[in-house]
Write a protein that binds this ligand. Structure first.
Ligand SMILES: Nc1ncnc2c1ncn2[C@@H]1O[C@H](COP(=O)(O)OP(=O)(O)OP(=O)(O)O)[C@@H](O)[C@H]1O
Length: 291
């Protein structure tokens, strides 16, 4: 299997604030991965450590075979990064920054630039200093995707885009992935976007990777059990991996981390109850994890 990004035992603290704890994960070439986590979960920190903008305390990161931060010129050319705040040269016009940035790259997809400018209603003659936050974000994304890097790393790319543009943007991402096999890593809070892309998810919780894999696999693992018994349900249920529990007399709703670890028939017999399994949306899972 070809891993384009390989992270081993990554930890990062700011003073006494431990943000990332012993993170290890691999990303396959051509995958689209959404990094999901609450505010302050460490998404930006992780993305910045990956590209060497931040120095990790422990652990190592390999991208395209190069150890971070010693990336070859070729690897640097193949990483497109857009941070939360689009860092643009304010005194230029849109067409000027496009021409300027183009000079740094061997590959530049002019057709894609024209198409995205049109799709995202950006005028070439607009001054960058006069662009709205969302327009700046769009321009930064265009500059990052035009060289067609093998890896695109986007920190909350859709945060300042309106819903229509967000959908268009997500479609553009999928097309880029389908057409060019680009590996795309993006952080987001918007679970519906992740479901729309049918991306893999890397779920960060309290500095650790709670889950990495397909959203469908996550949904198969994290479910809510509805328990009904003829007698009051004991608060100490013999269930492993409980995330949240709401026990009310003879009824209980229990959200569990991995239903595959539980023998439901055996449990039903043991506590003399009927048990039904409810599937959860990604948003429900996110909320359950953080309640
Ligand atoms: N340069 C820094 N110096 C000190 N602390 C920092 C720095 N950058 C981030 N932090 C802290 O690290 C933690 C993680 O922040 P980070 O921005 O990575 O989270 P995030 O998941 O991207 O959050 P959000 O969703 O709000 O953007 C926070 O507690 C933040 O205060």
């Amino acid at each position: 299997m070809n891993h384009i990004i390989d992270v081993n035992n990554l930890s990062k603290s700011f003073g006494s604030n431990t943000v990332l704890i012993d993170l290890s994960f691999k990303i396959e070439e051509g995958s689209v991965v959404g990094i999901l986590g609450a505010n302050g979960a460490g998404k930006t920190t992780l993305l910045q450590c990956l590209i060497g903008m931040l120095k990790s305390d422990v652990g190592d990161i390999t991208i395209l075979g190069d150890k971070c931060p010693n990336f070859s010129v070729n690897t640097k050319h193949n990483i497109g990064y857009v941070g939360q705040e689009a860092d643009l040269l304010n005194w230029m016009k849109v067409n000027q920054i496009i021409d300027y940035t183009k000079q740094f790259y061997n590959h530049w997809n002019d057709d894609m630039v024209e198409q995205l400018l049109e799709d995202w209603d950006l005028s070439k003659q607009q001054k960058i200093s006069k662009l709205s936050v969302g327009q700046r974000q769009k321009l930064a994304i265009i500059l990052a995707v035009a060289p067609q890097p093998k890896i695109l790393i986007l920190d909350e790319p859709v945060a300042s885009l309106d819903p229509t543009t967000r959908r268009k943007f997500i479609k553009t991402l999928i097309d880029m992935n389908l057409d060019n096999g680009q590996t795309i890593l993006f952080s987001t809070h918007i679970t519906s976007d992740l479901e729309r892309v049918a991306a893999e998810v890397l779920l960060l919780k309290q500095g650790r990777c709670f889950f990495q894999g397909d959203i469908d696999d996550l949904k198969e693992q994290v479910v809510r059990l509805h328990i009904s018994s003829k007698r009051p349900i004991d608060a100490q249920l013999p269930i492993t991996g409980i995330l949240t529990a709401d026990i009310n007399g003879q009824h209980a709703s229990i959200t569990v981390k991995n239903v595959k670890d539980i023998n439901i028939d055996q449990l039903a017999e043991e506590i003399d109850a009927d048990i039904t399994i409810e599937s959860l949306s990604l948003e429900d899972i996110f909320v359950e994890l953080h309640s």
